[in-house]
Design a protein around this ligand. Sequence first.
Ligand code: OOG
Ligand code: MG
Length: 264
Amino acid sequence: MGLTKRQRTHCAKVVDEAALTATRIPMLTLSHEAMDLEDAYLIQRASMAHRFGRGERLVGMKMGLTSLAKMEQVGVHEPIYGHLTSNMLMVDGDTLFVQDHCHPRVEPEICFLMGEDLEGPTTPAQAMKAVSGVCAALEVIDSRYKDFKFTLTDVVADNASSSRLVLGSEIWTPEEVDLGNLGMILEVNGKTAHIGSSAAIYEHPARSLATLVNMLAKVGEGLKAGQVVMSGGATAAVAVGAGDHVRVRVETLGTAELFVGTRE
Ligand code: OOG
Ligand code: MG
């Protein structure tokens, strides 16, 4: 670890306040060059502690940068994970308020609902045995860094840009659907913005899930029954603004949608 505990505590407060107040900040690594990946995940966890202190609950985890399109868009080529909290959950068809975000982007995903606790090491097939449901999902990401630009450690410290998630209303059991190659279409205002496949999500969304569990096992953690897991954007994310309507259509699984508006 390159940073002191005091420096990590400071960084956690900076990213937490930036998210809370929707304020764009300079990359942490500009002032904390020595930050390594271990520091970054410790900062992420310390920033979550601020959220839990305000009454937010952990509802699940997400994988990020699991598709080539996502990696290329942000210039970081390594999968990462982040924490999902109760304040991030939106109901299918809800409105996202621009004032609550720095520069929101939306991406099409597939989400797992955990039916059982799951700890690594695991394989994709084993991990799927702990899944009780799958659904189409939209993730709203909102890097707190200026110009949406960051390094690997910066984005990890910023909780993998997590901001909101919308789960589709149709829940399927994993036995009912082959997740290997489902078509995924991201529509903005009724027009196709990106076309992808679930195969783009780390070759298979189940592989993304297993990788998450194996990453968590390295720090002695796992997933709990009832948690949700976002497997990662299948295509590049699209920037959205007030007035937009965004919908993902996933073959077989159905849709998830949100509106973007301005709080009066
Ligand atoms: C990092 C978050 C990545 C995904 O699905 O790939 C992510 C970012 O792009 O800002 O959520
Ligand atoms: Mg995502």
